[in-house]
Ligand binder design. Structure first.
Ligand SMILES: O=C(O)c1[nH]c(=O)[nH]c(=O)c1Cl
Length: 310
């Protein structure tokens, strides 16, 4: 029995990796990920220039997950691109997460990556909920289509999209119809559930400073939504577009559920932030135990095979 998997023809020891934004801001954090049991890693979403991000406190772990309004703090695209270029011969599979603060900056950043010798995967983040005044790109279907049309007029390297959660069947249909028109490597479902609110009852106060306390939710809160988005897009997208499942992964069972819904890889955010990189060994062991108990010998035995009630 094995939890090995392959992505873009590259064999990975397991389907697990970090979620962008968690444990991937600096070289030290990314090196620790690279040395961990994680099958792959992704960088913090980069903008062209360095960003300090929103004022603190801007990330808080809470009993059922986390809330954050980081505001896209990052070292700038060159920092992460240089990191990936320097290590791309040693590391099996790298994911470089990117966005821009404007349409033009997004195009510029993707042109920078295209012009580089980067051989890894690019994750285009369409779903940051925390830059004040910047609505999530992927909730604007027309803008998404316009951006993807321009990007794929020049971008030839493997490209995936980090999507926000959708909550309406019509939106799954509309978005999938757009995505099926482009040669995407994958879609990553889901980013945090945007603009939640967590309250400290003793203080009768919000817990994060930016945006009046509104922030993206992660953790147990979002697993049912994450699973539904993985399932919905797996059912609707061309099989050539893989699904990465993100959201609410804390145990091997959560990993199993995401794969059952159709995920090829599974990312860990909140729980990684809380437990550290040791979580990957634990998740692998727990996933193997579930597969053993069910008599599965590989991920393909159950991947995408969620049953409905007929
Ligand atoms: O505030 C952030 O930096 C952030 N926070 C999130 O929960 N998702 C994102 O994509 C980003 Cl970019």
């Amino acid at each position: 029995m094995t939890v090995e998997t392959s992505f873009l023809g590259i064999t990975l020891a397991n389907p697990l990796m970090n979620a962008s934004g968690v444990h991937c801001m600096t070289v030290a954090e990314m090196d620790e990920l690279a040395q961990s049991a994680a099958g792959a890693f992704v960088t913090k979403t980069a903008t062209r220039d360095y960003r300090a991000g929103n004022p603190q406190p801007r990330y808080v772990d809470v009993p059922l997950g986390s809330i954050n309004s980081m505001g896209l703090p990052n070292e700038g695209l060159a920092y992460y691109l240089d990191y990936c270029l320097a290590r791309q011969n040693q590391q099996a599979l790298q994911f470089l997460s990117v966005v821009g603060l404007s349409y033009d900056e997004i195009v510029e950043n993707l042109r920078t990556i295209e012009a580089s010798d980067y051989q890894g995967v690019t994750e285009f983040n369409l779903s940051c909920p925390n830059v004040p005044g910047k609505p999530q790109i992927a909730y604007d279907f027309e803008l998404t289509e316009r951006l993807l049309t321009e990007v794929f007029s020049f971008f030839t390297k493997p490209l995936g999209l980090k999507l926000p959660p959708y909550f309406d069947i019509a939106h799954f249909d509309q978005m999938a119809a757009i995505l099926n028109r482009f040669p995407l490597t994958y879609v990553n479902c889901v980013n945090s559930i945007g603009n939640g609110l967590y309250i400290d009852v003793d203080k009768e106060q919000v817990v994060i400073k930016p945006k009046g306390g509104f922030g993206g939710l992660g953790g147990d809160y979002i697993k049912p939504t994450a699973l539904a988005n993985v399932r919905a897009f797996h059912q609707r997208l061309n099989p050539s577009i893989k699904i990465i499942g993100t959201g609410g992964v804390r145990t091997g069972q959560d990993v199993f559920e995401h794969i059952l819904c159709g995920a090829s890889l599974v990312q860990v955010g909140t729980a990684l932030h809380q437990e550290g990189v040791g979580i990957f060994e634990r998740l692998v062991a727990e996933l193997e135990a579930i597969m053993e108990a069910k008599g599965y010998t590989c991920l393909e035995d159950f991947q995408g095979k969620l049953r409905e009630i007929n």
